[in-house]
Design a protein around this ligand. Sequence first.
Ligand code: 4AD
Ligand code: MG
Length: 428
Amino acid sequence: MLIKEAKNNIGTQATVSGWVYNLRSSGSIMFLQLRDGSGFMQVIVAKNSVPSEVWQEAERITIETSVHITGKVTAHPKQAGVYELQVAEIKIVSVAAEFPIGKKEHGPDFLLDMRHLWLRAPSQWAIMRVRNTIINATYVYLNNHNFIKIDAPILTPTSCEDTTELFEIDYFGDRKAYLTQSGQLYIEAAIFAHGRVFDFGPVFRAEKSKTRRHLTEFWMMDAEAAFVKHEGNMQIQEGLIEFIVQEVLAHNRYELEILERDVKPLEKIKAPFYHLTHESAVKKLRALGSDIKPDADLGGDDETMLTKEFDKPLFVEKYPAAVKAFYMKRDPADSTRVLGSDLLAPEGYGEIIGGSEREDDYETLLKRLEEYHLPRAPFEWYLDLRRYGSVPHSGFGYGLERITGWICGTHHVRETIPFPRMINRLEP
Ligand code: 4AD
Ligand code: MG
């Protein structure tokens, strides 16, 4: 039996295979907290009602010992929805050595050093399961909206975003390669074959940022669609995020409870989301006390301040072109701004998606490469996309860990990826 199926097995004899993550004993009765991957349940061993060999076996159990336990499934006498196992038999698989993560409070550095073991903690278990739902929901939503998955390469000869954030590697001694920052440019090529595509994979940023929002390796989903303009691009993002949150609410109530995540703000995440131009966002921020300059990008603190004012995600549109990437199409109404948006999650979380309409004119794109001091040769193939049947098109990229962090209510993104990579952390 899987623990999550306990409610359908009340009164029957069942065997659960898993790990004892906590235990206490009063001398004649023992309470074991059992985890099997699907959930958690309490196991009760009563000295008087089991053979002495079973009691002796129970006494060998330490925290994180792996076991097969057989017993009768019962409903908790007081707590609704909680099920227990009344032990008849115990088979130890492996007695665990003293587990380094105890009941006392540990600092984040210790826990991150122990990440391979910390993943077993109920809070970390819950975060990974929400993350899994977000991944699945993304595939379902995009496939249902005619996007197909196209994988982008991880090793690239050029940069997609800011060149200061590139991880450089030696490519067979005679040239340099870079770890991708986003698959966007490559999936743009695939829209000419498939119309709507997305990628989903690890991306890398050699960013020196030491903030609660930054990892050096994280998972990005880039989506790209032909014949979609700036407005339509935001509608796709809105639909996707609404669906993801609804799926988490439908499948992960138990996990959100473990995380003590207030679900009321999540229940409000329904289209339409809010929109502000960058210009109005700056005005609002200045009124709130920020010293942001009119032509500046929003800093992390600005995003926190701004999104505390909103109960749903907020699109900040039309950023100054100078703070955004070369491929973004300019606003015909104001050529100093781009037809792009960042989607900021509420409750202080900030940016979860960056997207834009793409420059689809050959000559203009060529000019942009020059303006951004980017070499032409490695972008020749990207220019080809504007030579052979160019169409208006748009796309966006989301950060999986940022979305998971927001939905789980986790302060730092390092807990939302199994093995975080940050400036000061490459282990375990
Ligand atoms: O805004 P970004 O840099 O956009 C792009 O890379 C575009 N090429 C995407 C596209 O249009 N297809 O990154 C996209 C998202 C951000 O909104 C954020 O959620 C996440 O990726 N992100 C990070 N997450 C964790 N750590 C970092 N260092 C991140 N940098 C960006
Ligand atoms: Mg961005």
